[in-house]
Write a protein that binds this ligand. Structure first.
Ligand SMILES: [Zn+2]
Length: 334
């Protein structure tokens, strides 16, 4: 239980409070490991007795390499803007799949996704949707609706939104990644080139599997405000990181049911605006991470509408999918 959950009133059934797994792409929201296997027992902690070499090795899996912000973005834009959506829906509730918590996620598919797609249509801007494969199975109408716009991208977000470090078996993790890619390829007609780890669960072998699977980019790490090449164990990997941020994540503010740290859409808008303003000034990149079942609620999507309108008013802005950004920086950075 964290302090935000204590804000629930007694009127909310206890089963709902207990059943709501913490959210998606924020490190602090990782499900609490309940066993050594879930914790990823292969990871050696850094202690006062660790040698310099052991410490270097411990942090070396996926580090910041070359910064890849180009001198100029396409069409002379000063900043690249990526709107990304982690379409988790019911799969955040898989530890306790009871009707009421499931319905919190189901809202994301029944109500938020049409609302979000309509908003993006109205502004004529692209977005990237990271979708767990079994989320596609549960709501087969979502992918055709995204693909029909001919503007958006679909990326990998696990099989059932599983926590990869908890799998503890590289072969099984690789199999889950491969079948997730295959499922999305079949559903969308295009092989995904980007991946975002569910619940920011990046295990010791995860990066190697991502690289071997041929992804152009990852969007799970948080080490910068601009694109960079991932260096793994001292070697440039060729894989681009488009880093995210908890500050740009709706889940941390709103929570599953308005039990987050800052459930005020006006205040959240002010944070996103300030983040964008400095990204524009720094001429780098602004990535927003939204969850349909969270940010697609009425009072919240109004603020997303307001934010897109504000960003568009700056003119020298490149709205792009994450694939477009990754391909562009790959070309300009080489
Ligand atoms: Zn997620």
């Amino acid at each position: 239980m964290n302090s935000s959950r204590k804000r629930h009133t007694c009127a909310i059934p206890l089963v709902l409070v207990v059943a709501l797994l913490p959210g998606c792409s924020s490190p602090s929201a990782q499900p609490a490991p309940s066993s050594p296997q879930q914790a990823g027992a292969a990871v050696n902690p850094i202690t006062v007795d660790s040698t310099e070499e052991q410490i270097r090795q411990a942090v070396g899996t996926a580090r910041v390499g070359r910064k890849l912000t180009p001198k100029v973005w396409p069409n002379g834009a000063r900043v690249a803007v990526c709107l990304s959506f982690d379409v988790d829906n019911e799969l955040l509730q898989r530890a306790n799949p009871l009707p009421v918590p499931l319905s919190v996620g189901e809202y994301g598919a029944t109500t938020s996704m049409p609302r979000i797609l309509e908003l993006l249509d109205r502004h004529q801007v692209p977005a990237t949707f990271f979708i767990p494969a079994m989320g596609v199975m549960l709501h087969p109408e979502m992918v055709p609706a995204i693909v029909a716009r001919h503007r958006h991208e679909i990326g990998v977000h696990g099989w059932v939104h599983e926590f990869w470090p908890g799998i503890g078996d590289a072969a099984k993790e690789q199999r889950l990644l491969a079948q997730s890619i295959e499922y999305l390829t079949k559903a969308s007609g295009k092989r995904p080139v980007g991946v975002r780890a569910p619940s920011s669960g990046f295990g010791p072998q995860t990066f190697d599997l991502i690289r071997k699977a041929g992804f152009v980019y990852d969007s799970s790490l948080l080490a910068a405000d601009e694109p960079y090449e991932i260096v793994s164990n001292g070697q440039p990997s060729g894989v681009i990181e488009l880093p995210i941020s908890e500050v740009g994540n709706d889940h941390v503010y709103y929570g599953e049911t308005a039990n987050g740290s800052l459930p005020s859409p006006d205040a959240v808008f002010a944070i996103y605006k300030a983040e964008f303003d400095l990204a524009l000034q720094e001429r780098t990149m602004f990535i927003l991470t939204q969850h349909p079942h969270v940010g697609g609620r009425r009072s919240r999507i109004v603020q997303l509408d307001r934010l897109i309108t504000y960003i568009k008013s700056k003119r020298e802005v490149w709205f792009a999918t994450m694939e477009e950004v990754a391909n562009y920086v790959k070309q300009t950075g080489s």
